[in-house]
Each structure stands twice: as C-alpha cells, then as structure tokens.
Design a protein around this ligand. Sequence first.
Ligand code: CA
Length: 205
Amino acid sequence: IGGFDAFVTDVRLPDGSGLDLLRRLRADASTRDIPALVISAEAAEGRGEALDVVDWLQKPIDLDRLRTAVHRAVNGHADSRRIEVLHVEDDADVHAVVRDALQERCTIRHADSVRAGRAALQLSRPDVMILDLGLGDGNGVELLGDLHDGDEQPVPVIVFSAQPLEDKALAASVDAVLTKSKTTLDQLARTVRKLAADADSKRRR
Ligand code: CA
C-alpha cells in the first residue's frame, strides 16, 4: 500500500469498514503519516479512536469542505514543519546565498565563528547544522564535540566548506561533506531536508 498523498474513506464500505483500512495504514510505517479524512453517516462513528484524522465529514458531503480539507491535509503534511538550521560560516556572502536557497523550508540562524557557534548551540539545538571549517577563530570541527549532549539524538552535521575534510575519522563522524565548489545550492538544500526527515523519522520510532 502507499503511493498516495491523502486518504479519504467512507466509514461504511460495501465489504467492510473504512476505519479498518485506516487502522492498517496507521499500523504501517510507510503510510503512518498519510493525512486521512473520514466520511461517515453518523457523527459519532469511530471518533473515539486515536486514528489521527484531519477531518470527519458527515453525509451529505459538503464538497467545498472536502476540497478544502484535502488541500489542507496534503499541503500541511509533516513536510511543512520548518527546519531549524544553524549555519556556521564566516563569509557573509556565502551565508547570504545559503540562506536564500534554504529559507523556503528552513529557519536559519547564523554564527560567524567557533565562539558564536558554541553560543548558538548553547541557546538551542538546531535540527541540522551546516558547518564551515576555516573560521576566523579556529576550525569548525571544534564544534562537533559540543553536539553530543547526554542522551539527546545527535544533531545531523553537513560540512560545507571550501577545503576538503582530510581527517577520515572526522569525516565519518559527520553526516555529509560537501565541497563548496562542487556542490550546487540545490544539493545542499536537498541534503538538509533529507537529514531533517531522517532525524524526524528516527525520533518517531
Ligand atoms: Ca571560511
């Protein structure tokens, strides 16, 4: 099952219950988060259950309401949560283009030094950190030690730097190493979204 963006069902189907179908969707990791709308003849049918239904529509169906609800369900899906990104970068121009490329989906904080990065991490943990290496007051990798904090899930790190990360052990300890000259902003944005989504699904497990 799967391959659709929203699930709309009648409670009473000729050969069974739409709620049974919905329970099956919710039990399967690949379809668990699909927004669902339920149409029922009776206002109370199935509503006591925690099936995470966007809207319950009663018959006779108000088509405008159905249309609006489906639209809202699809566009307001888990994807729309804003991703908190901390961008550690001492070059203001690079930061500006990265911010432009990410701002549609991300809320971006900027730190222009190791010190500022450390202060920003103390304030709050981002969903993803984008890390430059050559900074005025040191090397971005100095911040990696600040990320592993108790039993919280580690913050995904993308090293986005002009110089390659030579140290193999360090390279293995981050989630992605992207070289500025070889990476498009689209690739960077995709990597941010993917790491945030991976972290989200790990958190839900
Ligand atoms: Ca730099």
